[in-house]
Design a protein around this ligand. Structure first.
Ligand code: ADP
Ligand code: AMP
Length: 237
């Protein structure tokens, strides 16, 4: 995995020059494509993909007390309180598989979360990739999103439909629509994004780690744009 070619050299060789863990922060509103790209990106770079939304959904499914707390916020389209998210996220990035870096999807979502994360990034190469998609397309993407109950693979009713309706191509698991992807909750999530999460664009812009991407094209072409942005500073070392 680490031997992938980026910008004319392998990721492994450029990393051995840099000798720093890489932390990729995937940013963008709901439906921008964070989850779609985070998983294959993690596989290509050989580092874990951490989605705070997925961690909450696992906790909800396992009926933990964390899941119970999170559920009421998620189903109202609101953010889970910072303290709850931070405890969960820090416990995850303290795991040994994050030593070489990790990809964050859906975190941070507030300036307070970003500030709390900062001390943990001191010895890492940080790249914040912001996926830009016009609002009408976001609504279409989210209201058409389907996910596999078993393996989490994402589909879209129109853009990436499964071969067999309601069934995952990879594991034959059942596909479902998230409760918070209904149009009325999505409206609230987009408002919350503008008010609480969008300021992070300026936050990471000031730190000079922000990369802006037009993410309105096909998943394949967007994925290559994301890879280009990650390769560039790594290859320069
Ligand atoms: P996010 O994690 O940012 O909320 P997702 O990655 O879950 O967004 O994508 C939302 C929906 O849009 C999914 O159904 C996914 O299949 C679809 N999707 C993602 N990227 C694209 C794209 N570039 N073109 C078309 N559909 C996309
Ligand atoms: P996602 O899967 O990223 O779309 O997240 C689904 C929901 O989980 C969000 O709408 C929030 O309610 C909650 N959530 C996920 N990540 C965070 C976070 N970093 N801070 C607060 N709430 C979060």
């Amino acid at each position: 995995m680490l031997g992938m070619m980026i910008a004319g050299e392998t990721f492994a060789s450029s990393r051995s020059v840099v000798e720093k863990p890489i932390v990729v922060i995937l940013m963008g509103p709901p439906g921008a494509g964070k989850g779609t790209h985070a998983k294959p990106l993690g596989e290509q770079l050989g580092i874990p993909h951490i989605s705070t939304g997925d961690l909450f959904r696992e906790n909800i499914q396992n009926q933990t007390s964390l899941g119970q707390t999170a559920k009421s916020y998620i189903n109202a389209g609101r953010l889970v309180p910072d303290a709850v998210v931070l405890d969960m996220l820090f416990a995850r990035i303290d795991q040994p598989d994050c030593n070489q870096g990790y990809i964050l999807d859906g975190f941070p979502r507030t300036v307070a979360q970003a500030e709390a994360l900062d001390p943990r990034l001191k010895n890492s190469r940080v790249i914040a990739v912001n996926l830009n998609v016009p609002d009408p397309l976001l609504v279409e993407r989210i209201t058409g999103r389907l996910a596999c109950k078993e393996c989490g693979k994402l589909y879209h009713k129109k853009y990436s439909a499964p071969a067999s309706q309601g069934q995952c191509d990879l594991c034959q698991g059942t596909l479902f629509q998230r409760d918070d992807d209904k149009e009325e909750i999505l409206k609230k999530r987009l408002e919350v994004y503008r008010a609480q999460t969008e300021p992070l664009i300026e936050y990471y812009g000031k730190k000079d780690v922000l990369r802006e991407i037009n993410a309105a094209d096909s998943p394949d072409s967007v994925f290559h744009l994301v890879l280009d942005q990650i390769a560039e500073p790594v290859a320069r070392g």
